[in-house]
Design a binder for this molecule. Sequence first.
Ligand SMILES: NC(=O)c1ccc[n+]([C@@H]2O[C@H](COP(=O)([O-])OP(=O)(O)OC[C@H]3O[C@@H](n4cnc5c(N)ncnc54)[C@H](O)[C@@H]3O)[C@@H](O)[C@H]2O)c1
Length: 438
Amino acid sequence: MNISIFGLGYVGAVSLACLARDGHRVIGVDIDAAKLDLIRRGKTPVVEAGMVELMEAVAASGRVRVTDDVREAVLESELSLICVGTPSAPNGSQDQSAILRLTKSLGAALRDKAATHVFVYRSTLVPGTVEEVLRPLLEGQSGKRDGEGFHLCFQPEFLREGSSIADYDRPPFTIVGASHPYPVERLKALFGHLPCEFHATSIRAAEMVKYACNNFHALKITFANETARLCEALGVDPFEVMDLVCRDTQLNISRAYLKPGFAFGGSCLPKDLRATLHMAKMRDVELPMLGGILPSNRSHIDHAIAKIMAAGKRRVGLIGLSFKAGTDDLRESPLVLLAEHCIGKGLSLRIYDPEVQLSRLLGANRRFIEEHLPHIGSLMHANLEAVVADSDILVVGAVYDGLAQALAQQVQEDQLVLDLTGTLRQAGLKGTVLGLCW
Ligand SMILES: NC(=O)c1ccc[n+]([C@@H]2O[C@H](COP(=O)([O-])OP(=O)(O)OC[C@H]3O[C@@H](n4cnc5c(N)ncnc54)[C@H](O)[C@@H]3O)[C@@H](O)[C@H]2O)c1
């Protein structure tokens, strides 16, 4: 393929070298004359394992050339990878000046091109940038339409500095956000041979995945480091602890607990987090990330409350009361907090939870209810149909076998359903289904 690469920093230079190594003809473009000169002489503009040898080899192959002429690069290639920097502005926002300036020039260059062209944005971009800012800019400058005179897509880059050639050859996955199959096909031709999954998705999801991945990496590092600080204060070996944590691939290093849904609760997570923070406080150990978890969980409950209140309905039906489906444990259930709030606001509340039968609740569980919702008995109904029929808004906080089918039959068109579980999106309910964050 004839490929142009704009921005020859870590991402662009490594892509240029690897694509040329794989037999493609590559034109590198940068505004930094020193970088262009280095590449022209077969040298690497970035310090990366393996790049010295690779740049030497690809320069000798005759498949690499560099220029500062955007127009020439667009006219003489069929696909462009855009890898310019998107650093932080002083207020934390993304400084998009380089990508905006470049996109303007790309659009102007496209005006003079008869054949179609694929623009692949690889710089990290805040979600919405490609569709709301870059596409209109390209269309305005070129006088052509996305999907007709050109194609654009977003492909997040996952390589890590220090191991970028190895990461190029073995990425965690390839993700292409596009609104048309053509750019996806072209990128499959370019990267489909890599030993990883290839996913086509929406442009915005592809933009967001990059942030979610980097935030998750930062979160993991901070988790290990906060755990280590607490271990140090307690005289425990943090390496041993984190090694054992990572050996659990069922609950810890797995998909478990990584699906959007409602807040956590129950008899373990909140109390153990509180004890952890107390241990740290007694030893003057700062754990801001772990300390932020319970307030964040509370914000999630407040988010659900705000949605219920915004609906402006008076008769609320709550499906689920225990802290998760499959148990009758009500201790620290976020659904109990929701119920308390509704009662406090004077809303009429009916609750259906087939796993909670007050007459059978014992010990701490019973005490919790007696303290938090002493009059709960009168609000609980054993019959789902009656709860659905008597509600203007149904808040679904748990799913049970057959619930989606039952709701598909019983919910009427004028009823609202607030789904806290994320499971009712395709359930075919007649009423209006609102998601908690979806
Ligand atoms: N560095 C990484 O490990 C990494 C990994 C994944 C994603 N990313 C993302 O990829 C993007 C590039 O990162 P990087 O580290 O390679 O950046 P970098 O700062 O190393 O390189 C950016 C290059 O773009 C050039 N440039 C600026 N304006 C230009 C223009 N108008 N035309 C042509 N070239 C221009 C600069 O001169 C520079 O050489 C960023 O959005 C970054 O967030 C980086």
